[in-house]
Design a protein around this ligand. Sequence first.
Ligand SMILES: NC(=O)c1ccc[n+]([C@@H]2O[C@H](COP(=O)([O-])OP(=O)(O)OC[C@H]3O[C@@H](n4cnc5c(N)ncnc54)[C@H](OP(=O)(O)O)[C@@H]3O)[C@@H](O)[C@H]2O)c1
Length: 321
Amino acid sequence: MDYVKLGRTNLNVSVAGLGCGGNSKLGLWRGKDKAHAVSLVRRALELGVNFIDTANSYGTEEAVGEGIKAVTRDDVVISTKYHPAWDGEIHSNETIIAGLNESLQRLNLEYVDIFHLHGVHPKYYSYVMEDVVPALRKEQDKGKFRYLGITELATVDPGHEVLMRAADEGCFDVFMVAFHLMHQTARRALFPLTQDRGIGTLIMFAVRTLFSEPGRLKRDVDELVASGQLPSTLKSASNPLEFLLHPNGADSVIDACYRYARHTDGADVVLFGTSSLEHLESNLASIAKPALPETDVTKIENLFQHLEGVGLELPDPSKRI
Ligand SMILES: NC(=O)c1ccc[n+]([C@@H]2O[C@H](COP(=O)([O-])OP(=O)(O)OC[C@H]3O[C@@H](n4cnc5c(N)ncnc54)[C@H](OP(=O)(O)O)[C@@H]3O)[C@@H](O)[C@H]2O)c1
């Protein structure tokens, strides 16, 4: 496992971070129980992962708290979150701070390393900056979290408006950014800013549904070809990313996705979410591999760099098993 310094923080983090949300939620959305979720956390730790991302809304904080009992507190970096607004409802400072306190209780921790404002909609940005951040600074001074982070609401903000504004506020040490090989906008718009300001980046959506649900990639690519956003040469292919799979290249589309994210300049931690021990191990193996061949990276960037917002939907609770 490789480790990097997360921006200007003092955190030394694994380049692979266990994501406890998404569609799998450590298996809790895939028909698995808490003991299984705990075993995923423990296996990730055994394999060198020291970065774990959860949230008040995921339902996985208790399993994370249980799983990390296997290591000493200083050997793990915990990130959690609370929504400053959701479903059109603004959350008061009292509600957000109560949410932070609940997270600490469920995780059984005195502090988290990173507390994020979760899924900030551009229309609530001023509220966050004027009201919420000053109140949270007081909680930070009390020692409840070490660094403040912010995550974008990728479904409504694929152009990274919120994070581009937040880059210059000085109060956010960590950003969670939507980035994958068919949604690369952060590469040009955001990563130069985060690198210049010393803001650590956590990559979400590296695989998600677009690259993991059978048939989904072909369907989306066919639609992009039909709307003139991708060349017709991609339409006939049963696997539009077949060109990445060869003896010197990727083993699978998922392998290609994690390696592309991992080796993009400006990406610090690639979050990966899963319900399966087998996927956990194969994804960590992918993240540990070298970059894809340069010619393949060039093809990925020439073909897809103009796309924005592909495959960024929220988890669908109706698909919970
Ligand atoms: N702040 C936010 O609003 C936000 C939004 C999105 C994500 N996140 C964070 O980022 C993390 C990562 O995002 P994500 O959970 O969508 O993860 P991801 O790594 O992009 O995608 C994971 C999905 O792909 C499947 N998958 C993974 N490895 C596979 C493999 N080897 N073969 C086949 N299918 C595979 C998983 O299903 P299986 O269970 O079958 O493995 C899972 O449903 C989240 O857990 C969360 O911590 C945050």
